[in-house]
Write a protein that binds this ligand. Structure first.
Ligand SMILES: NC(=O)C1=CN([C@@H]2O[C@H](COP(=O)(O)OP(=O)(O)OC[C@H]3O[C@@H](n4cnc5c(N)ncnc54)[C@H](OP(=O)(O)O)[C@@H]3O)[C@@H](O)[C@H]2O)C=CC1
Ligand SMILES: CC(=O)N[C@@H](CCC(=O)OP(=O)(O)O)C(=O)O
Length: 344
Protein backbone atom coordinates (compact mmCIF):
# COMPACT_ATOMS: atom_id res chain seq x y z
CA UNK A 1 0.00 0.00 0.00
CA UNK A 2 1.56 3.29 -1.11
CA UNK A 3 1.19 6.39 1.03
CA UNK A 4 2.21 10.01 0.59
CA UNK A 5 2.63 12.95 2.96
CA UNK A 6 1.80 16.55 2.09
CA UNK A 7 3.44 18.88 4.60
CA UNK A 8 6.23 16.38 5.32
CA UNK A 9 8.43 19.25 6.47
CA UNK A 10 6.02 20.01 9.34
CA UNK A 11 6.09 18.42 12.79
CA UNK A 12 3.06 16.25 12.05
CA UNK A 13 4.68 15.25 8.75
CA UNK A 14 7.96 14.35 10.46
CA UNK A 15 6.06 12.18 12.94
CA UNK A 16 4.25 10.44 10.07
CA UNK A 17 7.64 9.72 8.48
CA UNK A 18 8.92 8.29 11.77
CA UNK A 19 5.97 5.90 12.04
CA UNK A 20 5.55 5.01 8.39
CA UNK A 21 9.21 4.22 7.66
CA UNK A 22 8.79 0.93 9.54
CA UNK A 23 5.09 0.27 8.98
CA UNK A 24 4.54 -3.37 7.96
CA UNK A 25 2.01 -2.63 5.18
CA UNK A 26 2.53 0.98 4.10
CA UNK A 27 5.39 2.21 1.95
CA UNK A 28 6.15 5.93 1.74
CA UNK A 29 5.84 6.46 -2.01
CA UNK A 30 6.36 10.22 -2.02
CA UNK A 31 6.50 13.32 0.15
CA UNK A 32 5.31 16.75 -0.92
CA UNK A 33 6.09 20.36 -0.12
CA UNK A 34 4.71 23.72 -1.19
CA UNK A 35 7.96 25.56 -0.49
CA UNK A 36 10.86 23.09 -0.76
CA UNK A 37 10.17 21.09 -3.92
CA UNK A 38 13.23 19.35 -5.33
CA UNK A 39 15.09 19.43 -2.01
CA UNK A 40 15.90 16.36 0.04
CA UNK A 41 14.00 16.08 3.34
CA UNK A 42 17.45 15.94 4.97
CA UNK A 43 17.98 19.61 4.10
CA UNK A 44 15.15 20.44 6.51
CA UNK A 45 15.43 17.52 8.91
CA UNK A 46 18.98 16.14 9.31
CA UNK A 47 17.61 13.57 11.78
CA UNK A 48 15.90 11.90 8.78
CA UNK A 49 19.06 11.55 6.69
CA UNK A 50 18.66 7.74 6.63
CA UNK A 51 15.50 8.22 4.52
CA UNK A 52 16.97 10.51 1.86
CA UNK A 53 13.73 11.35 0.03
CA UNK A 54 13.13 14.23 -2.34
CA UNK A 55 10.22 16.58 -1.71
CA UNK A 56 7.86 16.74 -4.70
CA UNK A 57 5.51 19.44 -5.86
CA UNK A 58 1.85 19.19 -4.85
CA UNK A 59 0.08 18.06 -8.05
CA UNK A 60 -3.22 16.36 -7.21
CA UNK A 61 -3.36 14.19 -10.38
CA UNK A 62 0.20 12.98 -9.89
CA UNK A 63 -0.47 12.31 -6.18
CA UNK A 64 -3.54 10.25 -7.10
CA UNK A 65 -1.34 8.07 -9.34
CA UNK A 66 1.51 7.79 -6.84
CA UNK A 67 -0.44 6.97 -3.69
CA UNK A 68 -3.28 4.86 -2.29
CA UNK A 69 -3.61 7.19 0.71
CA UNK A 70 -2.27 10.69 1.20
CA UNK A 71 -1.87 12.29 4.64
CA UNK A 72 -2.49 16.02 4.59
CA UNK A 73 -0.47 17.75 7.32
CA UNK A 74 -0.82 21.44 6.49
CA UNK A 75 -2.24 24.32 8.55
CA UNK A 76 -5.94 24.88 9.01
CA UNK A 77 -7.19 27.16 6.25
CA UNK A 78 -4.74 25.56 3.78
CA UNK A 79 -6.29 22.08 3.97
CA UNK A 80 -9.63 23.61 2.99
CA UNK A 81 -7.99 24.78 -0.24
CA UNK A 82 -5.98 21.64 -1.03
CA UNK A 83 -8.22 18.73 0.05
CA UNK A 84 -11.03 19.29 -2.50
CA UNK A 85 -8.62 19.22 -5.45
CA UNK A 86 -7.00 16.04 -4.12
CA UNK A 87 -10.40 14.38 -3.71
CA UNK A 88 -11.51 15.49 -7.18
CA UNK A 89 -8.34 13.96 -8.60
CA UNK A 90 -9.30 10.64 -6.96
CA UNK A 91 -6.98 10.64 -3.93
CA UNK A 92 -7.95 9.06 -0.61
CA UNK A 93 -7.16 11.72 1.99
CA UNK A 94 -6.56 11.73 5.74
CA UNK A 95 -6.54 15.35 6.85
CA UNK A 96 -4.85 16.35 10.11
CA UNK A 97 -6.17 19.91 10.19
CA UNK A 98 -9.28 21.37 11.78
CA UNK A 99 -10.84 22.33 8.44
CA UNK A 100 -13.27 19.43 8.02
CA UNK A 101 -14.07 18.51 11.63
CA UNK A 102 -16.98 20.87 12.25
CA UNK A 103 -20.09 19.91 10.36
CA UNK A 104 -21.54 23.37 10.90
CA UNK A 105 -19.45 25.62 8.67
CA UNK A 106 -20.68 28.81 10.38
CA UNK A 107 -19.18 27.42 13.58
CA UNK A 108 -15.91 26.91 11.71
CA UNK A 109 -15.91 30.50 10.49
CA UNK A 110 -16.65 31.79 13.99
CA UNK A 111 -14.06 29.76 15.93
CA UNK A 112 -11.26 29.53 13.34
CA UNK A 113 -11.90 33.01 12.00
CA UNK A 114 -11.21 31.68 8.51
CA UNK A 115 -13.19 30.98 5.39
CA UNK A 116 -14.73 27.52 5.72
CA UNK A 117 -14.22 24.72 3.21
CA UNK A 118 -17.18 24.20 0.85
CA UNK A 119 -20.01 22.44 2.67
CA UNK A 120 -20.18 19.59 0.13
CA UNK A 121 -16.62 18.54 1.06
CA UNK A 122 -17.17 19.02 4.78
CA UNK A 123 -20.18 16.70 4.48
CA UNK A 124 -18.03 14.04 2.85
CA UNK A 125 -15.39 14.04 5.57
CA UNK A 126 -15.63 11.23 8.12
CA UNK A 127 -14.55 12.49 11.56
CA UNK A 128 -12.88 9.41 13.00
CA UNK A 129 -11.66 8.80 16.54
CA UNK A 130 -11.23 4.99 16.50
CA UNK A 131 -12.11 4.25 20.14
CA UNK A 132 -15.33 6.24 19.76
CA UNK A 133 -16.58 5.65 16.23
CA UNK A 134 -14.28 3.36 14.23
CA UNK A 135 -17.33 1.93 12.44
CA UNK A 136 -17.79 5.30 10.71
CA UNK A 137 -14.83 4.33 8.51
CA UNK A 138 -16.18 2.20 5.66
CA UNK A 139 -14.25 0.29 3.02
CA UNK A 140 -15.14 2.94 0.44
CA UNK A 141 -14.34 5.97 2.66
CA UNK A 142 -12.25 8.42 0.70
CA UNK A 143 -11.86 11.25 3.16
CA UNK A 144 -11.08 11.13 6.87
CA UNK A 145 -10.88 14.16 9.13
CA UNK A 146 -8.51 13.39 11.97
CA UNK A 147 -9.52 14.78 15.40
CA UNK A 148 -7.75 17.64 17.12
CA UNK A 149 -5.11 16.98 19.77
CA UNK A 150 -6.96 18.49 22.75
CA UNK A 151 -10.31 16.91 21.75
CA UNK A 152 -8.62 13.50 21.51
CA UNK A 153 -7.29 13.60 25.07
CA UNK A 154 -10.44 15.22 26.46
CA UNK A 155 -13.13 13.17 24.70
CA UNK A 156 -11.35 9.89 25.46
CA UNK A 157 -11.25 10.95 29.11
CA UNK A 158 -14.93 11.90 29.17
CA UNK A 159 -16.55 9.21 27.01
CA UNK A 160 -17.24 6.56 29.68
CA UNK A 161 -18.83 9.09 32.02
CA UNK A 162 -20.85 11.08 29.48
CA UNK A 163 -22.00 8.11 27.43
CA UNK A 164 -23.24 6.50 30.64
CA UNK A 165 -25.21 9.69 31.45
CA UNK A 166 -23.23 10.33 34.62
CA UNK A 167 -22.23 13.91 33.83
CA UNK A 168 -24.42 16.60 35.36
CA UNK A 169 -25.50 18.96 32.55
CA UNK A 170 -23.43 22.17 32.50
CA UNK A 171 -20.75 20.92 34.91
CA UNK A 172 -17.84 20.03 32.60
CA UNK A 173 -14.70 22.15 33.07
CA UNK A 174 -11.50 21.24 31.24
CA UNK A 175 -8.10 22.56 32.17
CA UNK A 176 -5.68 21.48 29.45
CA UNK A 177 -1.95 21.91 28.94
CA UNK A 178 0.20 21.34 25.87
CA UNK A 179 3.82 21.18 24.93
CA UNK A 180 4.92 23.70 22.33
CA UNK A 181 5.18 21.28 19.36
CA UNK A 182 1.36 21.49 19.37
CA UNK A 183 1.77 24.87 17.74
CA UNK A 184 3.76 23.46 14.81
CA UNK A 185 7.23 24.42 13.71
CA UNK A 186 6.72 28.05 12.80
CA UNK A 187 7.96 30.27 15.61
CA UNK A 188 5.78 33.05 16.92
CA UNK A 189 6.51 35.48 19.73
CA UNK A 190 4.65 33.29 22.24
CA UNK A 191 6.64 30.18 21.35
CA UNK A 192 10.20 31.48 21.35
CA UNK A 193 12.52 30.10 24.05
CA UNK A 194 12.68 33.24 26.18
CA UNK A 195 8.88 33.39 26.36
CA UNK A 196 8.46 29.71 27.18
CA UNK A 197 11.37 28.90 29.42
CA UNK A 198 10.57 29.10 33.14
CA UNK A 199 7.11 30.26 32.19
CA UNK A 200 3.58 28.93 32.21
CA UNK A 201 0.86 30.65 30.21
CA UNK A 202 -2.84 30.37 29.66
CA UNK A 203 -4.04 31.19 26.14
CA UNK A 204 -7.19 31.47 23.98
CA UNK A 205 -9.39 31.63 27.10
CA UNK A 206 -13.01 30.83 26.08
CA UNK A 207 -11.90 31.16 22.47
CA UNK A 208 -10.13 27.95 21.63
CA UNK A 209 -11.09 26.48 18.24
CA UNK A 210 -11.34 22.99 19.75
CA UNK A 211 -14.34 23.96 21.92
CA UNK A 212 -16.95 23.42 19.16
CA UNK A 213 -15.28 20.16 18.10
CA UNK A 214 -15.71 18.76 21.62
CA UNK A 215 -19.24 20.14 21.97
CA UNK A 216 -20.16 18.58 18.62
CA UNK A 217 -19.17 15.13 19.89
CA UNK A 218 -20.61 15.62 23.40
CA UNK A 219 -23.99 16.52 21.90
CA UNK A 220 -24.09 13.19 20.02
CA UNK A 221 -23.73 11.61 23.48
CA UNK A 222 -26.71 13.64 24.78
CA UNK A 223 -24.68 16.28 26.66
CA UNK A 224 -25.91 19.57 25.20
CA UNK A 225 -24.53 22.23 27.58
CA UNK A 226 -21.52 24.38 26.68
CA UNK A 227 -18.19 23.44 28.22
CA UNK A 228 -15.53 25.57 29.87
CA UNK A 229 -12.16 24.84 28.29
CA UNK A 230 -8.83 26.51 29.06
CA UNK A 231 -5.49 25.82 27.42
CA UNK A 232 -2.00 26.39 28.76
CA UNK A 233 1.40 26.31 27.14
CA UNK A 234 3.95 24.30 29.10
CA UNK A 235 7.71 24.67 28.61
CA UNK A 236 8.14 21.17 27.17
CA UNK A 237 8.26 19.84 23.62
CA UNK A 238 5.57 17.14 23.46
CA UNK A 239 2.58 16.10 25.49
CA UNK A 240 -0.95 17.07 26.40
CA UNK A 241 -2.56 16.74 29.79
CA UNK A 242 -6.27 17.35 29.96
CA UNK A 243 -7.55 17.68 33.52
CA UNK A 244 -11.32 17.42 33.49
CA UNK A 245 -13.73 18.24 36.31
CA UNK A 246 -17.28 16.95 36.12
CA UNK A 247 -20.09 16.80 38.69
CA UNK A 248 -21.77 13.44 38.76
CA UNK A 249 -25.50 13.20 38.14
CA UNK A 250 -26.02 10.16 40.33
CA UNK A 251 -24.24 8.71 43.29
CA UNK A 252 -21.59 6.19 42.34
CA UNK A 253 -18.39 5.35 44.15
CA UNK A 254 -14.79 5.23 42.97
CA UNK A 255 -14.88 1.44 42.53
CA UNK A 256 -17.91 1.69 40.26
CA UNK A 257 -16.24 4.39 38.15
CA UNK A 258 -13.12 2.29 37.83
CA UNK A 259 -15.23 -0.64 36.69
CA UNK A 260 -16.95 1.60 34.15
CA UNK A 261 -13.68 2.77 32.60
CA UNK A 262 -12.18 -0.73 32.57
CA UNK A 263 -15.26 -2.10 30.84
CA UNK A 264 -15.56 0.79 28.36
CA UNK A 265 -11.97 0.46 27.17
CA UNK A 266 -11.38 -3.26 27.73
CA UNK A 267 -10.69 -4.03 24.06
CA UNK A 268 -8.79 -0.86 23.24
CA UNK A 269 -5.10 -1.41 22.56
CA UNK A 270 -4.15 2.24 22.96
CA UNK A 271 -6.07 3.17 26.10
CA UNK A 272 -4.42 2.45 29.42
CA UNK A 273 -6.47 3.01 32.54
CA UNK A 274 -4.67 3.84 35.76
CA UNK A 275 -6.36 2.16 38.69
CA UNK A 276 -5.87 2.48 42.45
CA UNK A 277 -6.25 6.26 42.33
CA UNK A 278 -3.13 6.69 40.18
CA UNK A 279 -2.79 9.54 37.68
CA UNK A 280 -0.76 9.48 34.45
CA UNK A 281 2.00 11.94 33.46
CA UNK A 282 2.81 13.12 29.94
CA UNK A 283 6.22 11.43 29.97
CA UNK A 284 4.48 8.08 30.34
CA UNK A 285 3.08 8.37 26.77
CA UNK A 286 5.92 10.36 25.16
CA UNK A 287 6.51 9.19 21.57
CA UNK A 288 3.72 6.59 21.74
CA UNK A 289 0.14 6.26 20.54
CA UNK A 290 -1.23 5.62 24.03
CA UNK A 291 -3.82 7.66 25.84
CA UNK A 292 -3.47 7.09 29.60
CA UNK A 293 -6.38 7.97 31.85
CA UNK A 294 -6.70 8.29 35.64
CA UNK A 295 -9.61 9.57 37.75
CA UNK A 296 -10.62 10.18 41.33
CA UNK A 297 -14.01 10.96 42.81
CA UNK A 298 -14.14 13.64 45.48
CA UNK A 299 -16.94 12.39 47.68
CA UNK A 300 -17.13 15.75 49.50
CA UNK A 301 -18.07 17.66 46.33
CA UNK A 302 -19.48 14.89 44.14
CA UNK A 303 -17.02 15.93 41.46
CA UNK A 304 -14.88 13.57 39.44
CA UNK A 305 -11.38 14.64 38.40
CA UNK A 306 -10.26 12.90 35.21
CA UNK A 307 -6.71 13.20 33.87
CA UNK A 308 -6.04 12.15 30.30
CA UNK A 309 -2.60 12.35 28.68
CA UNK A 310 -1.42 11.85 25.11
CA UNK A 311 1.55 12.72 22.95
CA UNK A 312 0.09 15.51 20.79
CA UNK A 313 2.11 14.47 17.72
CA UNK A 314 1.22 10.76 18.09
CA UNK A 315 -2.28 9.99 19.40
CA UNK A 316 -3.05 13.69 18.92
CA UNK A 317 -2.06 13.75 15.24
CA UNK A 318 0.14 11.35 13.22
CA UNK A 319 -0.40 8.22 15.35
CA UNK A 320 -4.17 8.53 15.26
CA UNK A 321 -4.01 9.28 11.51
CA UNK A 322 -2.10 6.02 10.93
CA UNK A 323 -4.55 4.18 13.22
CA UNK A 324 -7.37 5.51 11.01
CA UNK A 325 -5.46 4.49 7.86
CA UNK A 326 -5.02 0.98 9.28
CA UNK A 327 -8.78 0.70 9.85
CA UNK A 328 -9.50 2.04 6.37
CA UNK A 329 -7.23 -0.60 4.84
CA UNK A 330 -8.60 -3.45 6.95
CA UNK A 331 -5.25 -3.89 8.73
CA UNK A 332 -4.62 -4.59 12.39
CA UNK A 333 -5.33 -1.21 13.98
CA UNK A 334 -2.03 -1.27 15.86
CA UNK A 335 0.13 -1.90 12.76
CA UNK A 336 3.21 0.31 12.89
CA UNK A 337 2.06 1.85 16.15
CA UNK A 338 3.30 -0.59 18.77
CA UNK A 339 5.91 1.78 20.10
CA UNK A 340 6.69 1.98 23.79
CA UNK A 341 6.88 5.49 25.22
CA UNK A 342 10.40 6.95 25.28
CA UNK A 343 11.38 6.94 28.94
CA UNK A 344 12.94 8.48 30.89
N1 LIG B 1 1.37 19.82 16.00
C1 LIG B 1 0.40 19.11 16.58
O1 LIG B 1 0.55 18.63 17.73
C2 LIG B 1 -0.90 18.91 15.87
C3 LIG B 1 -1.18 19.44 14.66
N2 LIG B 1 -2.40 19.23 14.07
C4 LIG B 1 -2.70 19.80 12.77
O2 LIG B 1 -1.90 19.15 11.79
C5 LIG B 1 -1.56 20.05 10.76
C6 LIG B 1 -0.03 20.09 10.63
O3 LIG B 1 0.49 20.56 11.86
P1 LIG B 1 2.04 20.70 12.14
O4 LIG B 1 2.77 19.66 11.40
O5 LIG B 1 2.21 20.84 13.59
O6 LIG B 1 2.31 22.10 11.45
P2 LIG B 1 3.70 22.71 10.96
O7 LIG B 1 3.52 24.17 10.99
O8 LIG B 1 4.81 22.10 11.73
O9 LIG B 1 3.82 22.22 9.45
C7 LIG B 1 2.85 22.47 8.50
C8 LIG B 1 3.41 22.25 7.11
O10 LIG B 1 2.42 22.70 6.20
C9 LIG B 1 3.06 23.12 5.02
N3 LIG B 1 2.41 24.33 4.51
C10 LIG B 1 2.40 25.54 5.08
N4 LIG B 1 1.75 26.42 4.28
C11 LIG B 1 1.36 25.71 3.22
C12 LIG B 1 0.66 26.04 2.03
N5 LIG B 1 0.24 27.29 1.80
N6 LIG B 1 0.39 25.07 1.12
C13 LIG B 1 0.81 23.82 1.35
N7 LIG B 1 1.50 23.46 2.44
C14 LIG B 1 1.76 24.39 3.36
C15 LIG B 1 4.49 23.45 5.35
O11 LIG B 1 5.30 22.60 4.56
P3 LIG B 1 5.92 23.08 3.15
O12 LIG B 1 6.34 24.51 3.31
O13 LIG B 1 7.04 22.14 2.97
O14 LIG B 1 4.80 22.91 2.18
C16 LIG B 1 4.66 23.07 6.81
O15 LIG B 1 5.82 22.33 7.04
C17 LIG B 1 -2.16 21.39 11.15
O16 LIG B 1 -3.38 21.56 10.52
C18 LIG B 1 -2.34 21.25 12.66
O17 LIG B 1 -3.35 22.08 13.12
C19 LIG B 1 -3.34 18.45 14.63
C20 LIG B 1 -3.12 17.87 15.83
C21 LIG B 1 -1.89 18.08 16.59
C1 LIG C 1 0.22 24.47 21.75
C2 LIG C 1 -0.70 24.97 20.68
O1 LIG C 1 -0.62 26.12 20.29
N1 LIG C 1 -1.56 24.12 20.18
C3 LIG C 1 -2.48 24.48 19.15
C4 LIG C 1 -3.10 23.24 18.58
C5 LIG C 1 -3.62 23.58 17.21
C6 LIG C 1 -4.06 22.50 16.37
O2 LIG C 1 -3.74 21.36 16.50
O3 LIG C 1 -4.83 22.97 15.39
P1 LIG C 1 -6.15 22.37 14.79
O4 LIG C 1 -7.21 23.33 15.14
O5 LIG C 1 -5.88 22.24 13.37
O6 LIG C 1 -6.35 21.05 15.46
C7 LIG C 1 -3.56 25.44 19.65
O7 LIG C 1 -3.86 25.41 20.83
O8 LIG C 1 -4.16 26.15 18.83
Amino acid sequence: MKVGIIGATGYGGAELLRILQSHPAFTIAAIYSSSQQGKDITAHYPHLSHLSMTLDEIHPEAIAKQTDIVFLGVPSGISAEIAPSLLKAGCTVIDLSGDFRLKNIEQYEKWYNKKPAPKEWVDQAVYAMPEINRSAIKQDTKFISNPGCYPTATLLGLAPVVQNKLAKEGSIIIDAKSGVSGAGQTASFGTIYSELNENFKIYKVNQHQHIPEMEQMLSTWGYEAPITFSTHLVPMTRGIMSTIYVSLASSVDQAKIEQLYMEFYKDEPFIRIRNNNQFPATKEVFGSNYCDIGFLLDERTGRLTIVSVIDNLMKGAAGQAVQNANILCGLDETAGLQLSPVYP
